[in-house]
Structures are given as C-alpha cells and as structure tokens.
Design a protein around this ligand. Sequence first.
Ligand code: PXP
Length: 248
Amino acid sequence: MSLLLGVNIDHVATLRQARYALLPDSPNAEPSVVEAALEAKAGGADSITVHVRGDRRHMQDADVFRVKEACDLPLNLELGITEEMMDLAFRLKPDFACLVPETREEVTTEGGLDVVALFGTAREAVKRLKNAGIKVSLFIDPDLEHVEEAARMDADMIELHTGAFANATDPAVELARLVAAAELGHERGLQVNAGHGINYCNLPQLLEIPYLAELNIGHSIISRAMTVGMRQAVSEMLSGMKGYTSAP
Ligand code: PXP
C-alpha cells in the first residue's frame, strides 16, 4: 500500500473568514472550500480533512456538509470531544473522525489528546463514533503510554503529532520518539497516521518513520497553493511521498 495523503483545507476557510466571517453565505464569499476540496482531489489527494472548532474560526458547519456532498473522497472530521461536535459527527457521518484536543487560545492544535488523563471520556467517544459506523483516530503525542491507551480504548487509528519534530532544531530525538510510537502502534494493530507541521522540506526525514499509512497536511500545502495552485501543490507533496516503504 502506498502512503496516502489527506489534505486539510481548514485554512481555505480561514482566508474566507478573514473577510466574510459575518457573511459566509454571500455569493462573493471566497475562496471556496468546495473548490479547494475538488482541486485537491484533482491533484491526487486521497482524503479531505476538515476541523470544525468550537469557535468556528475557520470551517462552518455548512462547509463540511457541502464538502461531503460535492467531493467523493473520504472525509476526515477532526473534532474536540464535546456533545456539540459529537452531534455534528453523527449528522455528517464522515468516513473518519479524528479526536483532537481543543483550547480556545491556541492558534492551531498544539498538542496531542491526553488519552491517559481523558481515558474514560475518549473511550466513550470512540465507542459512540464506531457504533455510528465512523472509523476513529486519536491525535496523540508520540508517547508510548499514549499509544498503549489508544489501543486499549479500541481506536482504529492513531495520528502521531509531528509538531515537535517539525519545530525541533535537531529533530533526531523527536524522530526517534515517532519511530518508537509507530512501531508500537503497528504492533498493537493500530493504523498509524501522522500530521502537523509536515512540509515539503521536512518530509524526507519524516519518511524514516515506519508503518505510516497516511499523512495529514494542511498549512504547507495551502501556502504553496497560493503560488502554484492547489492541484500542483498537492501533486508536489505526493511526489515527495513516492517510494515510501512502510516496513523498516
Ligand atoms: N492533523 C491534525 C490532527 C491537526 O489538527 C492538524 C492541524 O489542524 C493537521 C494534521 C495539519 O497540520 P498542518 O496544518 O500543520 O499541516
């Protein structure tokens, strides 16, 4: 199986909201998240990721329903564990749901979900989403205890938080943590994904992590799309991912 690419299009909505926060349904509201999803698909994306945050700073509820309706790629909904977002997930019925931590102050998701402290809450959310036919991923730091807890709560997948690796001046230590977490996740039968801060430059080193099934990338692709267009930006990322071998 080749390494898949999920494209996070939240920042397309971030840009739209910069001008149209009060008029998201105006005929002039641009850029369009639906067009972005379709262009990502045309560039070869394997899935589309969207995150509806509690403060609706980028994606609005209507956006994610429109994307699901217009684009036939698998849809991955990132969500904080709240009744409001669980209800959205049950109505939207995305193919995948990725549970993430969420605090109002952060600019973007800044750490993994603390599945040790939140074991009971997260396990219940996993169970309810799985019962609704949605595959569930947990966005966690590359910490072995957290991988064990993810397996214990019967999640389908983990998404390893690669932010610390992406920000490190010497990424070797963070890379080693990611490798160990991926190995354990694989051993425990979890699908292993990775995301956050992945860009065209750090990608080659990140591909040293074994057992990866899918990368979720947003900021870097959307930024590159501003100069070369979404199709090209996605296709360039996919070129960098080609040749990945999952087993060490
Ligand atoms: N995966 C998760 C769970 C995220 O929350 C985010 C950012 O919102 C991403 C991946 C994508 O991160 P980036 O925008 O840095 O590529």
